[in-house]
Design a protein around this ligand. Structure first.
Ligand SMILES: [Zn+2]
Length: 240
């Protein structure tokens, strides 16, 4: 009888340990979402100065609906926002004799010269999604000397608030999508992977400047261990 009691107690202890372990394992992976540069100047919908192909009303609706779905699933959502001063070095208008899409050397790096875009406090810089979706909006590209495709750091290596926000919220895995696949989505996803996060990129919620560079960016992301999903799939996001 005494032995029986010991066995029952031992089994109960084992059961509690297993359950507790499973619960802790589940808590260990906290997923966050980074929505990249959904701003007026990058969209056809707002006739933006640097509008990317396929950024019409249907695209914005899809981004909004799927972002809501992720928020409802309990994942914190972070936005990046390109936020340039008027005299930013990435604008062709700040380089006499140059035109849009020329490539120059800037601080020893190749710099594409863009039409002026996302100038601070202009309507073109506004994020086109409900602000209530976001736990934080991370601004980038404020230093006039450096471009910042990545939501984590600019070309001069200066960190944004992104990593701090993710660490504070104990995020281990990030879902990344937005504009543009071949520039800011690519750089943000690669920097997230380099910083040690698991990364999932969603293709159908992203748009690229050009098909060839977008394909190249996707191949590069895959070689860096980033999981590229065609569409949003909560089960795949949790299991990958
Ligand atoms: Zn920019």
């Amino acid at each position: 009888m005494k032995n029986m009691k010991v066995i029952v107690l031992a089994l109960m202890a084992l059961f509690i340990t297993v359950l507790g372990g499973a619960a802790m394992g589940k808590e260990a992976i906290t997923i966050g979402v980074i929505v990249v540069d959904i701003q007026g100047d990058f969209t056809k919908f707002k006739n933006g100065s640097l509008a990317v192909e396929g950024t019409d009303e249907a695209y914005l609706k899809a981004v909004e609906e799927n972002t809501k779905k992720l928020k409802t699933a309990g994942f914190p959502i972070y936005a990046t926002q390109d936020w340039h001063p008027k005299n930013h070095a990435s604008f062709f208008t700040n380089h006499p004799g140059k035109k849009a899409f020329d490539v120059i050397k800037l601080n020893n790096r190749d710099q594409v010269l863009w039409p002026p875009h996302c100038v601070q406090k202009t309507s073109g810089a506004e994020i086109l999604l409900d602000e209530k979706l976001f736990k934080a909006v991370v601004k980038k590209g404020m230093d006039k000397q450096y471009d910042s495709y990545s939501g984590f750091q600019d070309d001069g290596g200066k960190k944004t608030e992104m990593d701090k926000n993710l660490k504070k919220d104990k995020i281990k895995k990030v879902v990344v999508y937005g504009i543009a696949t071949d520039y800011c989505v690519r750089a943000t996803a690669l920097d997230a992977a380099a910083a040690g996060y698991k990364v999932i990129m969603i293709k159908s919620l992203s748009r690229g400047v050009a098909p060839d560079t977008s394909q190249k960016a996707i191949d590069e992301m895959k070689t860096k261990g980033i999981v590229v999903l065609d569409d949003l799939d909560l089960e795949k996001i949790k299991s990958n």
